[in-house]
Design a binder for this molecule. Structure first.
Ligand code: ADP
Ligand code: MG
Length: 463
């Protein structure tokens, strides 16, 4: 019928606008490299903040003692403690707990959020068991993984630039987040020192390097997306401090805020952005990361329902609710291998209260998921190539066999298999067979928490 044809036309048009041929991805990778240079040249020189992390040494394996980490990323935070045993014993023991953040705290007051976090941390500290104690007379030390853009002022302090990923708490912006946490810990009577403030990318880089000395960069694909890498300090014109002994400086790119005229953006992305908590910002993140992929799918479905009566004469009311279709739901539908696409049917019924969908309709929905995931995955690969280019590791020099390992982490990378596979295939497509042999993508499972604890150890007050 005409309506069906109209629905397919909407899908086709969306697919064309999302197109990411290799030629376009190369332009995106080049633009990423250019912006990296600009962001390193001067403060505010680029959409890419290229934040100096004050981490000029990555873990070596010598780290020793009991350390805590707190990982505040998106919807959950994790608290962990690790017993580090030095070169021989490595990670002797680790324990963690995951706590979800009540949504009202994500848009409430700074004190309320940090009190909640400090209280959970205190509760966790109280469960320290036999053999897992800090030495007598020593203060406990913590690595704080805080995955929002921070203007770092030292390894253990930094002011929040802005919230992202659905957080919006005005009175934290501009504040030192370590100060906020420390005050909250004092309020709940917890005696602990924040030894290192890092971002999840830096934590993942540190955790990755601890396991593999060839790790040069880290990428997070979770609720949001970001990347960090090891830069030569003398290649950072905006760095006016002393050159570190190592000659290195880890850079937190904040690549979620990348944008370029080469990015394949659609009317749906524009609308999502305008209606978001942070319009005009985090454009790369809004087409790649887990917070948004499902929402893009919902928006296209909504248009198909409104303009082509895709689900019948009325638009299913649930379909109009922003963010109701989460990326894990989308992923489950995308991976449905049953002949009648049963999972797709169930998800539509359970989440959107859309009943009686035909197989033909379900196929269209799987195709839509594929278009959205493919674009995100291919653009992520282009971003990684941008970093490798900046490092001069996107080519093979005289048969050199130097490996470059990129540590990856985040729920999207970990659980969305088709996304991950597409990203890895695209990377190989972009780099070519020869170069690809030297580039390794390594899943750094929960590296960000361990990494923060490792950095707390190397910045301990007792060294
Ligand atoms: P954060 O980024 O908040 O620190 P994670 O790295 O654990 O946390 O990532 C969580 C995100 O990963 C979720 O918001 C979701 O978008 C995505 N995710 C989790 N599970 C799946 C899944 N099964 N399929 C696709 N995406 C998933
Ligand atoms: Mg995280």
């Amino acid at each position: 019928s005409g309506k069906w044809a109209r629905a397919l036309a909407i899908l086709k048009e969306f697919e064309e606008k999302c197109g990411s041929p290799i030629s376009k991805l190369k332009q995106v990778a080049d633009a990423m490299t250019v912006e990296m240079h600009a962001g390193l040249a001067s403060e505010g020189g680029s959409k890419l903040k290229m934040i100096i992390s004050y981490v000029d040494n990555l873990p070596t394996g010598d780290e020793k003692g009991l350390f805590y980490a707190l990982d505040l990323g998106g919807t959950n935070f994790r608290v962990l403690r690790v017993q580090l045993g030095g070169k021989e014993s490595r990670v002797v023991k680790q324990e963690f707990e995951e706590v979800s953040i009540p949504p009202h705290l994500m848009t409430g007051s700074s004190d309320a959020l940090f009190d909640y976090i400090a209280a959970a941390l205190a509760k966790f500290v109280a469960t320290e068991s036999e053999g897992l104690h800090v030495s007598p007379g020593r203060q406990r030390e913590l690595g704080f993984t805080f995955s929002f853009p921070v203007r770092q002022t030292s390894i253990s302090s930094g002011a929040l630039i802005k919230w992202t990923k659905g957080f919006s708490i005005d009175d934290t912006v501009g504040q030192d987040v370590v100060g906020e946490l420390t005050k909250a810990m004092e309020r709940v009577g917890l005696d602990m020192r924040v030894a290192a403030l890092v971002n999840d990318t830096i934590g993942t880089l540190a955790g990755g390097r601890y396991n593999n000395p060839d790790v040069v960069a880290a990428v997070i694909l979770g609720t949001g997306t970001n990347a960090a890498y090891v830069e030569r300090a003398h290649a950072i014109p905006k760095w006016h401090g002393l050159l570190p002994k190592s000659g290195d400086m880890v850079i937190n790119m904040e690549w979620g805020n990348f944008r370029s005229s080469h990015l394949p953006l659609t009317e749906y992305d524009q609308a999502l952005d305008v209606e978001s908590l942070n319009p005009g910002e985090q454009i790369f993140e809004k087409i790649i990361s887990g917070m948004y992929l499902g929402e893009i799918v919902r928006r296209v479905l909504c248009k198909m329902a409104e303009e082509a009566a895709f689900f019948g004469d009325t638009v299913p009311p649930k379909l109009k609710i922003p963010f109701i279709l989460r990326t894990p739901h989308m992923s489950a539908m995308h991976h449905d291998t049953s002949p009648d696409l049963k999972v797709v049917g169930t998800k539509l019924k359970d989440i959107l209260e859309i009943f009686n969908t035909s197989l033909k309709m379900r196929k269209v929905i799987v195709e839509l998921c594929d278009i959205v995931a493919t674009r995100g995955a291919r653009l992520s690969a282009a971003g990684i190539v941008g970093i490798l280019k900046k490092l001069g590791r996107d080519t093979v020099k005289d048969g050199e066999k130097q490996k470059s390992v990129v540590a990856l982490d985040g729920g999207l990378y970990e659980h969305y298999t088709k996304f991950r596979t597409c990203m890895e295939n695209t990377l190989e497509e972009l780099l070519g067979k020869e170069v690809s042999k030297n580039i390794v993508i390594e899943h750094s499972n929960d590296g960000s928490g361990i990494g923060a604890a490792l950095l707390a150890a190397s910045h301990s007050q007792y060294l």
